[in-house]
Ligand binder design. Structure first.
Ligand SMILES: [Zn+2]
Length: 225
């Protein structure tokens, strides 16, 4: 099947972006072997672009990315899509604000997920990025909507752009795929630092209204505007 020519150019650009962003997962040490994936919504369409299943990161190219509809059915591509496609599709269907999704089994974040313990908000950088603890989602098996439903149910009422699915790993969201990759990178970074902090004592909590102030300032005025 082919995609209507009026959106083909947009899809080509998103294939390039999604393919390139997978290299960031490798660069930041978030993935082993072929685990992990990035996807992006095709704006204004019932479509997304996602990694093919079981392909080495070194072999990913824009052409090898898979276009699926938001029910998870393949629309364009030569390989099978990621086994997490149904979860990504569920999130795009239910959270309109989400333009990109990243999934990893990054080490320190998974160490928290394995215990079913949220990462507490005890660093100003974490208040900036996450505005709260990084929450734990339910245990869910792959194969139906339960992972997607767990992500959406957890993040709908939460400021954090990342959720640790219990006994599994990280799902990070963003307004675009690059923002979702940033959230996945920062999730692992704070999970690691706070894990190390806990080895020598109990990290000190930041007051809720200070977290609010940090989050609001960072989200509204940090960086180049
Ligand atoms: Zn996984």
């Amino acid at each position: 099947m082919s995609i209507a020519s009026d959106i083909a150019r947009t899809v080509t650009g998103i294939r390039e972006q999604v393919s390139a962003l997978h290299a960031e997962l490798v660069r930041y040490g978030l993935v082993a072997w072929t685990a992990g994936n990035v996807s992006a919504r095709v704006p204004g369409q019932h479509l997304m672009v996602i990694k093919p299943s079981g392909v080495s990161y070194a072999d990913l190219t824009p052409a090898s990315m898979i276009v699926c509809d938001l029910d998870g059915a393949m629309v364009d591509g030569e390989l099978a899509p990621s086994s997490d496609t149904a979860a990504h599709a569920y999130v795009y269907r239910h959270l309109r604000r989400v333009g990109g999704i990243v999934h990893t089994h990054s080490t320190y974040a998974c160490a928290w997920a394995a215990r079913g313990e949220p990462v507490p908000c005890v660093l100003t950088a974490m208040a900036d990025e996450f505005g709260a603890e990084i929450p734990i989602g339910p245990f869910a098996l792959i194969g139906d909507d339960s992972i997607g439903r767990g992500i959406v149910d957890t993040l709908t009422s939460h400021r954090s752009p990342a959720v640790l699915m219990r006994n599994h790993g990280v799902f990070a969201i963003g307004p675009d795929a690059r923002a979702a990759v940033k959230a996945a990178v920062m999730c692992e970074d704070v999970a690691r630092t706070i894990h190390i902090s806990r080895q020598l004592g109990e990290p000190i909590a930041i007051a809720g209204d200070d977290i609010d102030r940090l989050y609001e300032r960072y989200q509204s005025s940090y960086g180049q505007r």
